[in-house]
Design a protein. Structure first.
Length: 154
């Protein structure tokens, strides 16, 4: 991988946090609330949620960039955009679904101030059962107040 490929991948990865924040606040808590609502009002007997459709919706751009970058040589740099999007998607899945919501049986015992801060911020997000008045829409960048609280717990 070239240096420019690494730079593109890293910039896109971190830029995806902004995309995820905006999508969560204005799409998931906006006009597609009907798909996200069951995530805030979880049915404990169901493993899958309508909210899981967002995995497919958000995977499409990554797949398209990977395909365009792989099969259309003049746009090879798009491959790195796709890698950045896909890497963020993997991290989002691991942090949100596996670590926070414990939908799979690993990463449950991870305990450091950053992970406690992520869990706290997400818990604050989920205290709102309706689409309005939400907070903490990001995933990897945690508001400092939750990191400070988590660090005190250590």
């Amino acid at each position: 991988m070239s240096l420019i490929g690494v730079v593109i991948t890293v910039v896109v990865f971190f830029g995806m946090e902004g995309v995820a924040w905006l999508a969560h606040k204005y799409i998931m808590h906006g006009f597609l609330w009907h798909l996200h609502e069951d995530h805030h009002r979880k049915d404990p007997s169901s493993f899958l949620e309508k909210n899981d459709y967002f995995f497919v919706i958000f995977a499409v751009p990554g797949i398209l960039f990977l395909a365009l970058g792989s099969f259309y040589p003049p746009a090879h740099y798009l491959l790195f955009v796709g890698i950045g999007i896909s890497a963020y998607g993997l991290c989002y899945f691991l942090v949100h679904d596996v670590f926070i919501h414990r939908r799979l049986p690993f990463l449950r015992n991870s305990d450091n101030f950053y992970f406690r801060g992520i869990r706290k911020a997400h818990k604050v997000h989920h205290k709102h059962l309706d689409k309005e008045d939400g907070e903490c829409f990001g995933m990897l960048f945690v508001p400092f107040k939750y990191l400070k609280e988590a660090q005190k717990q250590a």
